[in-house]
Each structure stands twice: as C-alpha cells, then as structure tokens.
Design a binder for this molecule. Structure first.
Ligand code: 1GP
Length: 247
C-alpha cells in the first residue's frame, strides 16, 4: 500500500497529484531519465512508465533503471499488456480496460501478468481504465468501444461498475496526444459517483489552464506525457502544470 498511500495522501493534502508519463518506446532510456529528472525538479509527484506498443522487455527494464538513477520519485508501471511488467518499478497500475471489446485487455493479460507481479513483489494498485473519445492509439490497440465524449452517464456507469468490483482507482483516458481532453462535465459526474475513490485523468492535457479545469472538475490526479516529450524546458512545463493543480 506504500505508493497508493503516498498518492492518496498527496491528493488529500495538496488537492491534486501530478503524474509524469514516460513511454519507453518514445526515446532512449537515458533521454527518459533526463525527462524524469527535469520533471522531479519541476515538482511532479511520481513517474508513470508504459505505453501501448513496444514498451516492454529490455527497453522497459533499462528505462526504469535509468530513471531510478535520476529521480527519487516512485515509479509506477502503466502496462499495455502483460509484457509491461518489470521488477524494477515500485508499483503497477493493475488495470482492466473495462470498455474493451477484447477479453484479453479485460482479464487475459491480467492473468498472464499477475504471477509476474506476485514474484517481483511490486505493489499492485487496482484500476478501472476507461477510454473516452477520441481514444488515440490505446483506443485502437485496446479495441475500446469508445465512450462518447458527450455521454458522461456512460462513463459514470463504467466507473461505478469498477468501484463495485473493488477497483480503487478509475482512469478516464482520452488517448495520448488527444486534441481534446476529457470534458469537465464527464470528470465531475464520474468523481461525484466515485466518492472517495480516486480519479485519474489524462490524454491531451498540455497547459496549466487545462490541468486546472480537470482538477477543479474533480480529478484527483492528472497525467501528462506528450507535452513533456515536445517541451524544450520540461522543468518549467511541469512547474506550470503543478502550480495550476495544487492548493
Ligand atoms: C496517455 O493519458 C496519458 O495514456 C497521457 O496523455 O500523452 O496526451 O499527455 P498525453
């Protein structure tokens, strides 16, 4: 429970958690570590590592080891499949893509990955993963029946199902690099239904104002990835995002 408690405590104390997402497939392990270092200086709370394609095996292990050299923040896996598990992380978002049409993203990869999590001793954090329009690469790879962006009640129904199944976290995902993040109306409706369960929002958040809107609507945690890959000054960008979402 260490990393989950760490995140929950920050959410309670500071209003909103900032998570830096690094896709091991997008740069070398050294470059990933540089982003993690700069994000740590900027005030991010944890480093989330994963992606939909090509983010497993040696590349994943090396990326985590390099990040550990440059950042003291917890590392949390964000696996696209069972191959996204590594013993070098502190925790794993143990997630089920509830609105997938493909059972492999709902339970089969989880079944294949669970023994690896057990043997490695990393902390599982149970999470309902919901992909909303436009959905991006993860929507396509995960064969998601995308939740329409103007239908918060469908997202609420899925989030409640996840909560009743015992999942602690819910992640509303618009897809990496989305041209529009999840709308505040949907975030607010889902958070209202979840109560104390924590809500993560990501996909297409590029600036402080947008992050703040998501936080004010009810997001407990904000994830940003693409904007950091594009940024020439990661520390300054993180400072902008963090200052916008913290009390
Ligand atoms: C993707 O929600 C995350 O899984 C982050 O999205 O890359 O658009 O920040 P961005």
């Amino acid at each position: 429970m260490q990393v989950e408690k760490y995140l929950n405590d920050i959410a309670e104390r500071e209003g909103t958690v900032h998570l830096t997402l690094i896709d091991p497939a997008s740069q070398s392990p050294e470059e990933a570590a540089e982003i993690a270092h700069a994000a740590t200086l900027g005030g991010t709370d944890a480093i989330v590592v994963g992606g939909s394609t090509g983010a497993g095996g040696v590349v994943l292990d090396q990326t985590l080891l390099q990040i550990k050299e440059r950042s003291d923040k917890p590392t949390i896996l964000f696996p696209g499949s069972a191959s996204g598990v590594s013993r070098h992380a502190d925790a794993v978002f143990f997630m089920s893509l509830l609105n997938s049409r493909d059972i492999s993203f709902i339970t089969t990869n989880q079944m294949m990955g669970a023994p690896l999590v057990y043997k490695s001793g990393i902390e599982p954090i149970s999470m309902a993963y919901l992909v909303v329009e436009p959905g991006g690469t993860v929507g396509w790879v995960g064969d998601a029946k995308l939740i329409p962006k103007k239908k918060p009640e469908i997202a609420v129904a899925y989030a409640l199902a996840g909560k009743y199944l015992g999942m602690h976290y819910t992640y509303l995902e618009a897809g990496s690099g989305a041209d529009e993040p999840v709308r505040p109306e949907m975030i607010g409706a889902v958070k209202h239904a979840l109560g104390d369960n924590k809500l993560i929002v990501g996909g297409g958040i590029r600036d402080g104002n947008t992050a703040k809107q998501c936080a004010l609507a009810g997001a407990d945690m904000i994830v940003t990835g693409t904007v950091l890959e594009e940024s020439s000054n990661v520390t300054a960008k993180i400072e902008e995002l963090v200052s916008a979402i913290k009390r």
